[in-house]
Design a protein around this ligand. Structure first.
Ligand code: BJW
Length: 244
């Protein structure tokens, strides 16, 4: 482990522009369940790919709403871990773009600024109607499903990106630009299975950037990385020298 940390420190110190892409694994040590490697929770009982979809919401809006309210309660009491804090600290001394697939806001709570949240923010509600722009911070994590107060047409839903829905085009453009310019792409705690997010590491690879992955398990990206650190992200960042 010490040798891997030293190698990571060397790569970081030599890099002009860094993109950090995080996924659910970065919040695992904060007690938030990941999507695809959890055996013992609600995640095992229900298929997240069905719940996190417009079809799932249309089929059973009350169940999907209850699932998100449960997750909001979990996230509200969770604390950022050394990986969130370490990434925020890295940005103080590097030209770093932080991109996350997570909707939990823990990077912001750890002090990161300008986080590109590709899949939205679970702590906001929006109207499910495509022609209504109503959005508000979610305040009551026990409240039942309600109709949109503005249009009354559709239900409110969490302001996140479900399967089959488009990501924000401006955000994608900014991430693409940063990825094309980076010399180091750090992939932390993502299974690299969900697109377009997973495509950015591939783009960085094609452009000749160094790819480093921090993940206890191998992923589809692992064969393309220069350095794979098969350890939990919080442990890795806790050992990284982030001063100087
Ligand atoms: C640790 C750890 C520790 C554990 N430390 N690590 C191209 C090819 C094929 C398909 C597509 C494609 N382009 C688009 C698609 C379709 C689809 C897609 O990608 N499907 C794939 C499943 C095949 N994509 C979409 O639909 C996207 N929209 C889109 O592209 O629109 C245009 C379009 C539509 C339709 C067709 C074509 C184009 C939207 C994707 C939205 C994803 N939304 C979700 C839910 C968000 C809201 C919510 O939270 O409920 O986002 S799904 C879920 O997956 C969530 C996550 O952000 C995302 C990624 O998961 P992540 O973060 O990687 O988590 P896990 O659980 O998979 O992995 C955790 C990892 O952590 C593991 O590797 C562990 O080992 C590791 N780990 N502990 C470090 N301590």
């Amino acid at each position: 482990m010490n040798d891997l940390i030293s190698q990571l420190e060397v790569f970081l110190s030599q890099s002009r522009q860094i993109v950090v892409m995080t996924g659910a694994g970065v919040s695992a040590e904060s007690g938030i369940a990941t999507f695809r490697d959890h055996k013992e929770s609600l995640w095992a009982k229900y298929d997240p790919t069905e719940l996190a979809s417009p079809e799932g919401f249309a089929k059973d809006p009350h169940q999907v709403w209850a699932w998100y309210q449960w997750r909001r309660q979990q996230i509200a009491v969770a604390q950022p871990n050394p990986a969130h804090y370490g990434i925020a600290k890295l940005a103080e001394r590097h030209n770093l773009t932080l991109v996350t697939q997570n909707v939990d806001g823990l990077h912001y709570r750890a002090g990161s600024k300008n986080v590109y949240e590709l899949h939205g923010d679970i702590m906001k509600d929006k109207c499910n109607a495509s022609n209504c722009d109503y959005q508000q911070p979610a305040k009551n994590f026990e409240a039942p499903l309600t109709r949109c107060p503005k249009c009354q047409d559709e239900y409110l839903r969490p302001s996140v990106v479900w399967f089959g829905e488009s990501l924000n085009a401006d955000l994608l453009f900014k991430v693409e630009q940063a990825t094309e310019q980076c010399s180091l792409f750090l992939s932390v705690g993502t299974s690299s299975q969900v697109y377009p997010a997973a495509g950015f590491a591939e783009l960085a690879y094609r452009n000749g950037a160094t790819i480093i992955e921090i993940n206890p398990n191998a992923t589809g990206l692992t064969s393309q990385v220069t350095l794979a650190i098969n350890k939990p992200a919080g442990e890795v960042f806790a050992q990284l020298n982030l001063t100087g």
